[in-house]
Design a binder for this molecule. Structure first.
Ligand code: ZN
Ligand code: ZN
Length: 325
């Protein structure tokens, strides 16, 4: 056990992580008769999220491995959602809606303007074209890049999940990197293919916490985005442009040096603190997380939420924000 991890456990023990916001008017944010709110958001991206990752010497290989893990985990997550009545907001990369795509005028998605080369905390894009890894085939031959099959499962679940947006191709959305032209065309493409399936996109999650193009996002009809200013149990903020900002509380993630029992203790404790402090808890995760989390930790978290459902308003993001708007 490293010193850093001891500090992490000590900070948690003393209630400093997540940080707890206090408001005397908390009742504006917690629906009547409830003591707290819990939302759960998945950043659903398959291979698109990792292809320029700086944390690997072979990011494309990592992207494909992550996509395969994600594909294995999602059916089990959906099964747990049904077993314990837990809805999830799936912030989905738009390309995943497609059954297939093809090369048009020498390149994939030729109508979409591209980002220039850039680097941020997580990714370095210096390739030949932003869509250089697109296989331009279909979900059966390269299931790491498309997944209408999983979307179908989510939409046909007896639990009312929400499908949100995570851009069309997992771009960096910051104003200094992403022009209005690139942003708008990515989002309009997402809206177009979602509407074919009868889905209205309301929730947005910026890939890699690259917050930007917010006024455009509002104009394009979205109602919320999410930020991660350090873990927070707090309250959503309504901005002048009409968008709600929902802060993230804690990631579902498997840590090799924590026991299964300690994982379960920590997540249950966060739920208990949300109840005590009358706050909103917005858990989030990458569905490519370790299967140990899905099989051994998530069932206990979901079971605990379900046991407390008379006191916790457990909701998708848009349903919750509509309730308090
Ligand atoms: Zn494509
Ligand atoms: Zn992402």
């Amino acid at each position: 056990m490293s010193l850093k991890h001891n500090f992490n456990k000590i900070n948690f023990f003393f209630g400093r992580n997540p940080r707890v916001e206090k408001r005397s008017d908390w009742k504006k944010f917690i629906p009547n008769s409830y003591k707290a709110v819990v939302t759960i958001t998945a950043d659903f991206e398959l291979a698109w999220g990792w292809r320029y990752s700086k944390s690997s010497t072979n990011p494309l290989k990592k992207a494909i491995q992550k996509a395969r893990l994600e594909r294995e985990n999602i059916p089990k997550i959906l099964q747990l959602s049904e077993e314990f009545n837990i809805p999830i907001t799936w912030a989905t990369v738009g390309h995943l809606f497609l059954e297939n795509c093809e090369v048009e005028e020498d390149k994939p998605h030729s109508s979409l303007p591209r980002l220039n080369h850039f680097e941020n905390d997580f990714w370095r894009f210096n390739g030949t074209d932003w869509f250089e890894h697109d296989t331009c085939s279909d979900y059966k031959s390269t299931p790491e890049w498309y997944c209408p099959d999983l979307l179908f499962k989510i939409l046909n679940s007896k639990i009312e999940h929400e499908i949100g947006c995570h851009t069309f191709s997992h771009i960096d959305c910051r104003d200094e990197i992403c022009s209005k032209e690139v942003f708008d065309s990515e989002i309009i493409e997402c809206k177009k293919i979602a509407s074919v399936r009868g889905i209205e996109l309301n929730s947005f999650v910026h890939p890699g916490h690259t917050i930007g193009n917010l006024n455009n996002l509002a104009k394009l009809g979205f109602s919320s985005y999410q930020t991660d200013p350090g873990n927070v149990l707090g309250y959503p903020v309504k901005h002048k442009n009409g968008l709600w900002e929902l802060k993230r509380t804690y990631e579902f993630v498997y840590k090799n040096d924590w026991s299964i029992d300690y994982h379960i203790y920590r997540y249950k404790k966060i739920i208990e603190r949300a109840l005590k402090s009358n706050t909103v808890c917005n858990f989030w995760f990458h569905p490519s997380f370790d299967f140990q989390f899905v099989s051994q930790v998530l069932p206990s978290i979901f079971e605990n939420l379900n046991l407390n459902k008379s006191e916790i308003f457990i909701s998708t993001v848009t349903k919750y924000l509509k309730r308090i708007s």
